[in-house]
Design a protein around this ligand. Structure first.
Ligand SMILES: Cc1cc2nc3c(=O)[nH]c(=O)nc-3n(C[C@H](O)[C@H](O)[C@H](O)COP(=O)(O)OP(=O)(O)OC[C@H]3O[C@@H](n4cnc5c(N)ncnc54)[C@H](O)[C@@H]3O)c2cc1C
Length: 379
């Protein structure tokens, strides 16, 4: 069997794997490195990365010093710079986190959390100021985050791929990694190339291996021969459904209720995409398998949740749009951080695995990539 030799192998061409490929390829330290980006599908970003809200998050909610807080705040800045430099469509339209009477103290707590995370641009608004900004809203107070925005995530991913390829990264679509061995300080990857019904077997070897397989990161880790099972975190699929709202949007900013007490999601919020389409979602529902069907009868529940801050909601204008699945690491209600596991301590030097890269993974993508570049430079 042919074995193609590389210095660095990245498994998974979602937004995170693409960002890692681009940042590695443009780092002077890896200028002469051979890098391969392996993707099981025929195109990049077909899984979690094409099913998000496409929001560039501010970095408000997460505990200070968590990876989510650090990477979101840094990633937001890097992402806006990238968009400006490469003319990727994005819009810093701002976001309002709205409170109902009696909930105002929770806004204050969020404001303090944001400040601890280094987000210093939030403004507190009273009910009158709020209505002037968004007349269709019903709320007693709000926080305004002017640096929250939206992005055309497909264009962003395409730019990362093109930049990486320009610097010599080999992109291997339709290449599914099925087994990995660690032999003589190298990872040997067995892959199936082509369609599942008609494929060839192929081998790649690399000194450094990055598992950026999103919802399949745990499955891929399980295919690394000899990797202790206790190093692989649990995985729970948490589905989020979106409903389009027909007609002209009554809002010109993103509108979020206070986040869910259980920390699983940010509450059924209203987002706009780059074409101006208003969308509500995502909710949170643990599911047993990857399934993107949406139950249209949920529209009534959505209308009730949205009606708290948008009383004129017309449930008949809600239409199922799409769903995404979050790779949660637990079923619990407490905060879960991203997990980046470095293999050096466990006899797998050069192995880096990313688990639980849910929101704000799109916003954080370039900051995560920079962290990995820095780690690899120091090995
Ligand atoms: C409902 C929802 C809303 C979100 N909203 C936002 C938001 O508004 N803002 C934000 O910042 N973040 C958001 N996120 C989070 C963000 O979308 C994710 O963190 C990010 O897309 C994860 O990217 P990824 O590259 O890790 O995973 P993926 O995009 O899933 O990429 C993993 C890739 O690995 C490939 N792969 C898997 N196994 C193999 C194998 N064996 N061999 C080869 N290839 C393999 C897959 O085909 C896939 O392409 C949201 C997420 C969800 C679910």
């Amino acid at each position: 069997m042919n074995t193609e030799l590389f210095d660095i192998g990245i498994v998974g061409a979602g937004v995170v794997g693409l960002a890692i490929a681009q940042r590695l390829a443009s780092s002077p330290a890896f200028k002469n490195s051979e890098i391969v980006l392996l993707e099981q599908d025929s195109a990049f970003g077909q899984h979690i990365s094409s099913r998000s809200s496409e929001v560039i998050h501010g970095g408000i909610y997460y505990p200070e010093d968590s990876l989510k807080a650090r990477f979101c705040v840094r990633g937001k800045q890097l992402l806006y710079e990238h968009c400006e430099h490469y003319q990727i469509p994005c819009n810093r339209l701002g976001k309002l986190i709205v409170a109902q009477p009696g909930e105002e103290a929770s806004l204050q707590a969020l404001l303090l959390q944001a400040q601890k995370n280094g987000v210093g641009d939030l403004q507190s608004l009273d009910g009158d100021q709020l209505i002037k900004l968004e007349p269709a809203l019903s709320a007693s107070a709000a926080l305004h985050s002017p640096s929250t925005g939206i992005i055309d995530s497909h264009s962003y991913m395409l730019s990362l791929l093109q930049l990486a390829q320009d610097k010599g990264v080999m992109f291997a679509p339709q290449t599914r990694v099925i087994a990995i061995e660690h032999v003589n300080e190298k990872f040997v990857l067995n892959a199936e190339i082509g369609k599942s019904t008609d494929h060839e077997e192929y081998q790649f070897s690399c000194r450094y291996l990055i598992n950026s397989a999103g919802l399949a990161a745990q499955a891929l880790a399980n295919r690394i021969a000899g990797l202790p099972g206790e190093l692989i975190p649990a995985l729970h699929y948490c589905k989020g459904d979106y409903f389009n709202y027909l007609g002209k949007s009554p809002f010109s900013r993103l509108i979020y209720p206070l986040p869910e007490q259980n920390t699983r999601g940010l509450g059924v919020h209203s987002t706009l995409d780059m074409s101006g389409q208003l969308r509500f979602g995502p909710d949170t529902e643990f599911v047993d398998s990857v399934n993107y069907d949406i139950d249209p009868s949920k529209a009534g529940l959505y209308a009730t949740a949205i009606g708290r801050y948008f009383p004129q909601i017309d449930a008949s204008k809600l239409e199922p749009a799409y769903a995404g699945i979050r790779p949660k690491l637990s079923l619990g209600d407490s905060f879960e951080d991203f997990q980046i596991l470095y293999g050096a301590e466990h006899g797998f030097p050069g192995l880096i695995q990313l688990f639980g890269i849910e929101s704000p993974g799109l916003t954080a993508s370039l900051a995560i990539a920079d962290e990995l570049v820095c780690h690899l430079q120091n090995l």
